[in-house]
Design a protein around this ligand. Structure first.
Ligand code: UGA
Length: 445
């Protein structure tokens, strides 16, 4: 199928690369000329495992091109997938200006039977607005707009795109459902060379759920809000565990063994970061308010999450007494492992809080040092984890990168002034650290 992917951010680039990898003819379009030039040279503007290899492979096979020329991108396409950034506005709602601009351009340039597919995370009713905008700026021509929410996670985005738990499409017509079924056919049936596994355990057979447009839009928002709620729930449980003397890891395990609850997203710690959960919880709350629905639960989810930084700062204060003048090292700056994304990263909120209290903060991340420096130029960055430990009175594990789990802890201890470690993700081997002579502080353990 001939596909245009409008927007080459995290979702757009992975979408373009994966659809090309499974055999479609894809053009990725972005008005960021520098980004497109980077991609045309075969370099990646973001760090995402496996992405570079499949972009390179599909470019070489002639199935994937990148352009800044909007007309050329959509002119002869059967589907245009909108993957635009929808950042949060100060009032919590999503800023849809990029989606609207794209829609206006499509209205003037798309072929008559183009199917417009909205993949950006946008509030319910966004597709209706896109359809109206297409009619206004496209000379009353009727273009169908479908919703096809994306559920990929940063850091395992290619894996998730090619091995989805479900593909959801929100449509008005059988024709649109059929076209989207064709688009995802190779993925639904596992008809592609897996770039992720040597021996792919995937057997295809992915549920393909067809709903109306509003239903698909809500599935995305409700899924993210629910996952975020699970995280805040277990974080509140972690605080209770500490006070009653229980271990939250065991409590989460005991809860997760119930198949109605499930074990995933019950990892307590510094809370959720990233552009998605933080933004989507607020946007969903805002949407509910606009519709007159009291969804105060989401306000609590957000509040509990923000408090994780207070909890971590309290723990450090308790261990160090005075923070002023003390050096605290942060292991990990990305909002999660295997990405270089620092948007809403707990590392930066914690760093800002500690600096406010007079501490000297130094951090390191295997991929996100540059991104962190761009957002917080005053943050000292070390060359490696041992540099973070140098002269530190406490270390905080902020992001559970595998390389931090298997550090040479004797070397770390030797470099530190005081061997205190706050395991902000409950990911370290507590017994081993205690045996090495560290003072170990967990989250709810
Ligand atoms: C999330 C969703 O998981 C995806 O399904 C969705 O497509 C994506 O948002 C999106 O809307 O684009 P992502 O934000 O990339 O994906 O990463 P997650 O793995 O969900 O982690 C989000 C945050 O929650 C991270 O900071 C992580 O450390 C934290 N987390 C996750 C916890 O604190 N505890 C957990 O048990 C799980």
């Amino acid at each position: 199928m001939r596909v245009a992917v409008i927007g080459t951010g995290h979702v757009g680039l992975v979408t373009a690369a994966c659809l090309a990898h499974v055999g479609h003819d894809v053009i990725g379009m972005d008005d960021d000329a520098q980004r497109i030039a980077t991609l045309q040279r075969g370099h990646m503007p973001i760090y995402e495992p496996v992405l570079e290899a499949i972009v390179e492979g599909s470019q070489a096979a002639g199935r994937l091109r990148f352009t800044t020329d909007f007309r050329a991108a959509v002119r002869d396409r059967q589907a245009a997938l909108i993957c635009m950034n929808t950042p949060a506005q100060p009032n919590g709602g999503a800023d849809l200006s990029a989606v609207e601009n794209t829609t206006r351009l499509i209205a003037g340039a798309g072929p008559p039977d183009l199917l417009v597919v909205e993949k950006s995370t946008a509030p319910a009713n966004a597709c209706a607005w896109i359809e109206r905008t297409l009619a206004i700026y496209g000379g009353a021509r009727e273009v169908e707009v479908a919703s096809n929410p994306e559920f990929l996670r940063e850091g395992s985005a290619v894996h998730d795109y090619l091995h989805p738990a479900r593909v959801v499409v929100g449509v008005k017509s059988a024709r649109a459902a059929e076209r989207l079924r064709d688009l995802y056919g190779p993925i639904l049936e596992g008809r592609f060379d897996c770039p992720v596994h040597n021996l792919c355990p995937w057997n295809g057979d992915v549920p393909f759920l067809v709903t109306n447009v509003q239903g698909a839009e809500l599935i995305k928002h409700a899924s993210n809000a629910f996952l975020a709620s699970k995280i805040s729930f277990i974080n509140a449980v972690a605080d209770v565990c500490e006070r009653v003397g229980a271990n939250v890891v065991q409590v989460a395990q005991g809860m997760g063994l119930d198949p109605r609850i499930g074990p995933s997203f019950l990892q307590p710690g510094l809370g959720f970061g990233g552009s998605c959960f933080t933004k989507d919880v607020c946007a969903f709350l805002r949407l509910a308010e606009e519709l007159g629905v009291d969804f105060g639960l989401l306000r609590e989810v957000d509040r509990i999450n923000r408090r994780r930084i207070d909890v971590a700062a309290d723990k450090l204060r308790k261990a160090l007494w005075v923070l002023r003048g003390k050096r605290v090292g942060l292991l990990g700056l990305a909002f999660k492992p295997h990405t270089d994304d620092v948007r809403h990263a707990p590392s930066l909120s914690l760093a800002a809080r500690l600096v406010e209290e007079g501490a000297e903060v130094v951090g390191y991340d295997p991929q996100a040092c540059q991104a962190a420096r761009a957002v917080m130029p005053t943050l000292a960055i070390a060359d490696d984890p041992y540099g973070v430990a140098e002269g530190a009175e406490a270390l905080v594990l902020v992001t559970e990168w595998p390389e931090f789990i298997s550090l040479d802890w004797a070397r770390v201890k030797q470099a530190m002034r005081r061997a205190i470690i706050l395991d902000g993700r409950n990911a370290l081997d507590r017994e081993k650290l205690l045996a090495e002579g560290f003072e170990y502080i967990g989250m709810g353990r």
